[in-house]
Every structure is written in C-alpha cells, then in structure tokens.
Design a protein around this ligand. Structure first.
Ligand SMILES: [Zn+2]
Ligand SMILES: [Zn+2]
Length: 98
C-alpha cells in the first residue's frame, strides 16, 4: 500500500500514479518523500529499511541498513502481503553536535 503525499489517498503497490490527484507516486508517495528528505539531510548517515511484524518473506529479506544512495525503493517489488508492502524508512543519525 502506498500513500500519496499530496492528497493522502491510498494507492495499490503497483500504481505508478495517485488514483485521486495523478501525482507520480515514484516521486510523491510518502515513503519516496521521506527517503528524499533523509538523503538530503547531512545528519542522516545510513537508512534503515524497517518491515512490519507480519511482513512477507520478500520484504523481510530486504530489511536492513543501507547506505543512503543504495536504499531499495518502496513498495518492495514482489511483495506478497495481501494488503501490500508496509515497509518504511528510518534514518540513522550521525554524531549530534552540541
Ligand atoms: Zn494524490
Ligand atoms: Zn511484503
């Protein structure tokens, strides 16, 4: 399941555009927007791909911590969960300056 960051409509994992506002979900899904923010934030050193407790085996295999420029795209391709991919990104922050 994807959420459009512009109108908050839900879209299927396979949808490339928002069914409501036609935004490009590869750029405008909430996970794509979050990833871009983390990549642009110099304090974020790595990005953790977190999976839901009931995630399918495909998603569980993708869980882990990735360099900022090598993070897998969400939704995970090939996710077999009936409600779709629920994976999300968590930023790992570097040294915090006083
Ligand atoms: Zn939308
Ligand atoms: Zn999955």
């Amino acid at each position: 399941m994807q959420t459009c960051s512009r109108c908050h409509s839900l879209a299927a994992d396979t949808d490339l555009t928002c069914p409501t506002c036609q935004a490009d979900l590869r750029e405008s899904s909430t996970t794509a927007v979050a990833l871009r923010e983390f990549q642009n934030n110099p304090r974020v050193i790595m990005i953790h791909l977190a999976v839901a407790e009931d995630a399918c085996p495909t998603c569980q295999a993708m869980a882990g911590t990735y360099p900022k420029d090598r993070v897998p795209r969400l939704p995970i391709e090939g996710c077999s969960h009936p409600q779709g991919c629920h994976c999300f990104y968590q930023p790992l922050l570097g040294e915090i300056f006083p």
